[in-house]
Design a protein around this ligand. Structure first.
Ligand code: FAD
Length: 433
């Protein structure tokens, strides 16, 4: 086990940093258990992190910080389900499953998150037929504050509180993931008019395996991305998914982002150029190869989840607002869908969902932009993504997440002394222990 004192840690977007008294990177289960026991004995605080890709300080602590990056790999296979160690990254999971001719059924647009980090925050991809990554979980093993290491399955009465939990119940050590056979998919993007996009969003979301769109605000076209099952077994990746191509694309994006710092005209130029340069992309292959993108230009992001039924009203309101108030943003809005989910803290809990994400280059002011968007999102009852930026406080979180109080009862039972809390979670949920 590697243990360090005096480390300073920051997240991917550098929106926060923290200096834990102790930082551990154990590779064995008994080492993780010893760290939990020792923190509990001292009545301390412990937070575990994955790839540090969340924007909010979910993982910040001044006491014990734990990374499971050295606790990774598939532990056992049971038909099409596998037990995976929680520190395994989505990227590693994809490659390991491919060797078994298996696959995750869906994933998001990067793959460097840890499995536990992605699952614990309700991370999702797009596709109205698929829940967040957490919905693929059929078993979970958690090391609790009392030192017990318990295995839970879907028949447990508290299951809905256990999978999306922001690390509040303990250290998750393993997940049982229900996989699907590895298949090939074709992905293509095309530009369509805004009006056509809005009027067909519902029907195309339901008739396409994975449908999403990128909209550069104030442009009268959107870039729609469509993924379908394919009989073509060739792996065809576009240039921007090769090492060199991804670096070139990121360099071009960095340059446009720098141009957008020059002011509104720069931002408009950058957005128009990016939209123009976005070619009709095509690729083919398994999802772990064609879905992930390489994002090296750092940015701020906010994302909210809405009842899918408000889609066209909300999209029209956003278009109106951008026209009137905020014409120049060079990052596109990302518009995705997701199936409803039973986890109490799932952004998609109990409703098919529309997700809308907005971004801003990390060297630019984002607060006013996100605040104004949040005011619109509030009107439509949006639930914030736990890992992405928002200003909501406990009262609003309670309103948006109707099963939060049920979740908190389970949390209190499993961690009565608040070993796994930090000041951010206390504020977010309005709890002390
Ligand atoms: C460039 C970029 C692209 C992104 N794309 C998407 C996307 O397509 N879709 C989407 O929904 N989100 C997306 N996100 C958000 C991201 O998926 C989430 O913030 C996710 O939580 C990050 O995973 P992580 O491994 O970095 O977790 P961290 O940020 O390190 O941790 C997140 C949470 O998981 C908990 N946790 C981690 N490991 C454990 C464990 N072993 N036991 C218990 N709790 C644990 C932590 O305590 C914390 O509460 C993106 C983020 C970035 C920066």
């Amino acid at each position: 086990m590697s243990t360090t004192a005096g480390t300073s840690l920051a997240n991917w977007a550098a929106t926060f940093d923290f200096q834990p008294q102790e930082f551990h990177t154990p590779s064995q289960l008994d080492e993780i258990a010893a760290i939990v026991r020792s923190s509990a004995r001292r009545n301390g605080k412990l937070r575990v992190f994955g790839a540090r890709h969340s924007w909010n300080p979910l993982i910040a602590t001044s006491q014990t910080s734990l990374s499971l990056e050295r606790f990774s790999g598939i532990e056992s296979v049971d038909g099409s389900a596998v037990w995976v160690k929680a520190g395994t990254t989505i990227h590693e999971v994809g490659n390991l499953l491919a060797r078994l001719n298996l696959s995750l059924e869906n994933q998001g647009d990067i793959d460097c998150q840890s499995l536990a980090g992605a699952i614990s925050t309700g991370t999702h991809g797009t596709g109205i037929g698929f829940g967040p990554v957490a919905s693929q979980v059929s078993g979970i093993k958690i090391l609790h504050a009392d030192g017990s290491h318990r295995t839970y399955t879907r028949d447990n009465p508290e299951w809905s509180a256990l999978v999306i939990s922001l690390g509040a119940h303990g250290v998750v050590t393993h997940y049982r993931i229900n996989c699907v056979p590895m298949e090939n998919y074709s992905m293509r993007s095309e530009k369509i008019s805004w009006d056509e996009f809005v009027s067909t969003w519902d029907s195309r979301s339901y008739s396409t395996r994975n449908y999403e769109a990128f909209w550069f605000p104030n442009h009268d076209e959107v870039i729609a991305k469509i993924t379908e099952l394919s009989q073509d077994t060739r792996l065809q990746l576009p240039f921007n998914k090769s090492g060199v191509g991804a670096r070139l694309e990121n360099s071009a994006w960095w340059l446009l982002s720098e141009v957008s710092r020059l002011g509104p005209r720069g931002a408009r130029f950058a957005a128009q150029t990016a939209h123009r340069l976005a070619s009709d992309e095509r690729c083919n292959g398994p999802i772990h190869r064609i879905f992930p993108t390489d994002r090296s230009v750092r940015f701020f992001e906010t994302e909210y989840a809405f009842d899918f039924s408000v889609s066209s009203d909300l999209l029209r309101e956003l278009k109106r607002w951008f026209q009137v108030e905020m014409p120049y943003v060079h990052f596109p809005l990302e518009i995705r869908s997701c199936a409803g989910d039973s986890q109490w803290l799932s952004p998609t809990q109990n409703r098919p969902t529309l997700f809308i994400a907005a971004h801003m280059y990390r060297k630019m002011e984002y607060r006013a932009y996100f605040k104004q968007l949040q005011a619109i999102f509030d009107q439509f009852g949006g639930r914030p993504h736990w890992g992405k930026m928002h200003d909501l406080e406990a009262k609003q979180i309670n309103e948006r997440y109707p099963r939060l109080s049920d979740f908190l009862k389970v949390r209190r039972k499993l961690d009565p002394n608040g070993l796994f809390l930090n000041p951010y979670l206390e504020r977010l949920w309005g709890v002390t222990t």
